[in-house]
Design a protein around this ligand. Structure first.
Ligand code: NAD
Length: 346
């Protein structure tokens, strides 16, 4: 297709601060001349309240499938009640088997980061492991949870890790498990990781136990390049790596399935500040930049990246989560400042 044709992208405005940060991000992306046609899709709270217990209407699923790419703001998980989260349903519907989480210090935020040299990508298995929810109480006060790891999923996340490393020109992939204790499940991860590693000649591979990885992530995080691990270890370690580079407010994630890629911020709906024009749209904007690279709109992606770096470095228009002494600007002022900065960087 012609590169000037608008690219359709499903937009899930989300709950809580979702609508505010979605509006900010689409405004910035449009101002960058990215040529995206946003197709708004209902999901989450409003859908639950409308009586649809899935939180995810068929029309939304169709649009995401048709577009193949979605920008997704955070969705609230209903507390209590029988509903399952729309997040989980999305993951299951599209079998998003891998979560890809880059953790690099954002240009302009070096002063905020404890480890300015960190630049890693963590890939987490996203469908199984201890997250199947198979828990049982047994007799005599014992409870069990089943950890299930299929060869199929393990192989495809290991393949995804090496493919990501190759695509990004990275040198090394590190596999993380606890195979000294879990000899069958995590031992299987190690075996498949080693098999895949042998097939990617140009990329170095090594393995490390999850406990040692936790220590090295806080002592020498810049020594990691691409990391691949199973669901639970990845859940914990990816919050840790987000913390290394400035927190949940600036980190993005790609949920990758066979037919779709969903781009999102790693933070939630921030109910404590929702509707008050205070939220920081940076994490969702980082997600949008990754999305633009994914669909080949590289010039717009770089333009946004440079404008964001300028605004963060100048530091006079930061939202309160980043501003010194908490005296921040509003979401809409931050957005206006980033858009104005684009004319200074291109
Ligand atoms: P949260 O990430 O929403 O909030 C944690 C803290 O960080 C809050 O103090 C919040 O104000 C702050 N924060 C988060 N994002 C911010 C931003 N962009 N700008 C400024 N401050 C920000 O985590 P939570 O409170 O545990 O979860 C709230 C809801 O979000 C829950 O319903 C949870 O299920 C949902 N959630 C959704 C997703 C998702 O859709 N991917 C992810 C995590 C949590």
């Amino acid at each position: 297709s012609n590169s000037t044709d608008a690219i359709p992208v499903a937009l899930l405005p989300g709950d809580g601060i979702g609508p505010e940060i979605s509006a900010a991000v689409t405004e910035i992306v449009d101002a960058a001349g990215a040529g995206i046609e946003w197709i708004p899709c209902a999901a989450g709270e409003r859908v639950f309240r409308g009586g649809d217990p899935t939180g995810l209407p068929a029309a939304t699923i169709d649009t995401i499938r048709r577009c193949g790419v979605a920008l997704k703001a955070p969705l609230a998980t209903p507390l209590g009640g029988g509903e399952r989260s729309a997040n989980v349903r999305l993951r299951e519907t599209f079998e998003t088997f891998a979560a890809i989480r880059p953790a690099a210090v954002l240009p302009g935020l070096e002063g905020h980061a404890r480890f300015p040299g960190v630049d890693l990508v963590l890939i987490r298995e996203n469908l199984e492991d201890l997250y199947l929810g198979l828990e049982y109480g047994l007799d005599r006060g014992v409870s069990v949870a089943l950890k299930a790891n299929s060869q199929t999923n393990t192989r495809r996340i290991c393949q995804a890790a090496f493919a990501v490393a190759q695509a990004l020109g990275r040198r090394r992939v590190t596999g993380i498990s606890k195979s000294n204790i879990l000899k069958v499940t995590d031992g299987g991860f190690d075996r498949i990781f080693d098999e895949e590693a042998a097939r990617w000649k140009g990329i170095e591979a090594d393995r490390i136990l999850v406990d040692a990885a936790a220590c090295r992530l806080v002592t020498r995080p810049e020594s990691f390049d691409v990391i691949v691990t199973s669901n639970l270890y990845g859940d914990i370690l990816s919050d840790l790596t987000a913390g290394l580079v400035g927190g949940l407010g600036v980190c993005a994630s790609i949920n990758l399935g066979r037919e779709v890629a969903l781009f999102e911020a790693v933070h939630g709906t921030a109910p404590d500040i929702a509707g008050r024009n205070l939220a920081n749209p940076t994490a969702l904007l980082r997600a949008a930049v990754l999305l633009l690279d994914h669909v080949g709109r590289f010039a717009a992606a770089r333009r946004i990246e440079r404008a964001l770096a300028l605004v963060l470095r100048e530091g006079s228009a930061l939202t309160s989560d980043l501003a010194a002494n908490g005296a921040g600007v509003s979401t809409s002022d931050f957005t206006r400042t980033v858009i104005a900065a684009m004319s200074r960087v291109s």
